[in-house]
Design a protein around this ligand. Structure first.
Ligand SMILES: Nc1nc2c(c(=O)[nH]1)N[C@H]1C(S)=C(S)[C@@H](COP(=O)(O)O)O[C@H]1N2
Ligand SMILES: [Mo]
Length: 198
């Protein structure tokens, strides 16, 4: 691909890709909130807590030693915009979950911003879900949700927590920050599950 002096050429709208109902295409990610938590890689860790209180922890070096892949994903924000074919480098959440034994059906995801979101375990195991640390060839900045952010491309983007800090496996489904504010508990963009009752 030709590079313009200022960086990669702007992405065009990929042809033959449908958008979920009610979504519009944007070429670039709108900015996240301006006050990202400052988390250096030296202090960063991802903690996985099982339903019976066992904790498995990866510091940055251990996390980056896991296999990773270059992926291209379509992401759909509940506010209406979609970015298609965004390019990330990421580790499969499945790799992390495989490190612990669990029969818990739900997951609460935590972020360094103090927010949480809930996702069925099956969605993180059966569907591709990722911890991403790089986008468009550069390491994620704090403004982009780094050092690492979750990507759950088949659900609305609020489920893909920026500044991810860990996950807790739970026996009961526990609504997270946005779900308690009235966003849909599951959030399937193809079924327009934006808010409770949709
Ligand atoms: N700190 C923080 N802010 C965030 C997010 C987040 O994960 N962490 N998600 C964004 C996304 S994807 C959405 S859709 C909105 C939803 O919250 P709102 O109803 O306050 O706009 O929050 C945005 N702000
Ligand atoms: Mo969003």
């Amino acid at each position: 691909m030709a590079m313009s002096p200022g960086g990669p050429a702007p992405r065009g709208r990929p042809e033959d890709v449908d958008l979920p109902p009610g979504q519009y295409w944007v070429s670039e990610f709108p900015a996240l909130p301006a006050d990202p938590p400052e988390m250096t890689k030296a202090d960063w860790a991802f903690s996985l807590t099982t339903e019976d209180g066992r904790i498995r922890r990866w510091d940055w070096a251990a996390f980056r030693a896991l296999p990773s892949q270059r992926i291209s994903v379509d992401l759909h924000c509940v506010t209406g915009w979609s970015v298609l074919a965004s390019r990330w480098e990421a580790t499969s959440v499945h790799h992390l979950l495989c490190a612990v034994g669990t029969s818990a059906p739900y997951v609460v995801v935590h972020s360094y911003a103090g927010h949480t979101t809930n996702v069925p375990l099956e969605d993180l195991v059966e569907m591709p879900a990722w911890l991403a640390f790089s986008r468009d060839g550069h390491e994620l900045t704090a403004a982009e949700g780094g050092p690492a952010r979750l990507l759950v491309p088949h659900l609305y983007l609020w489920k893909s927590l920026p500044w991810v800090s860990g996950m807790t496996l739970t026996v009961n489904d526990e609504p997270g920050t946005w779900e308690r504010r009235g966003y849909h508990n599951y959030g399937d963009p193809w079924r327009q599950q934006r808010f409770q009752g949709d």
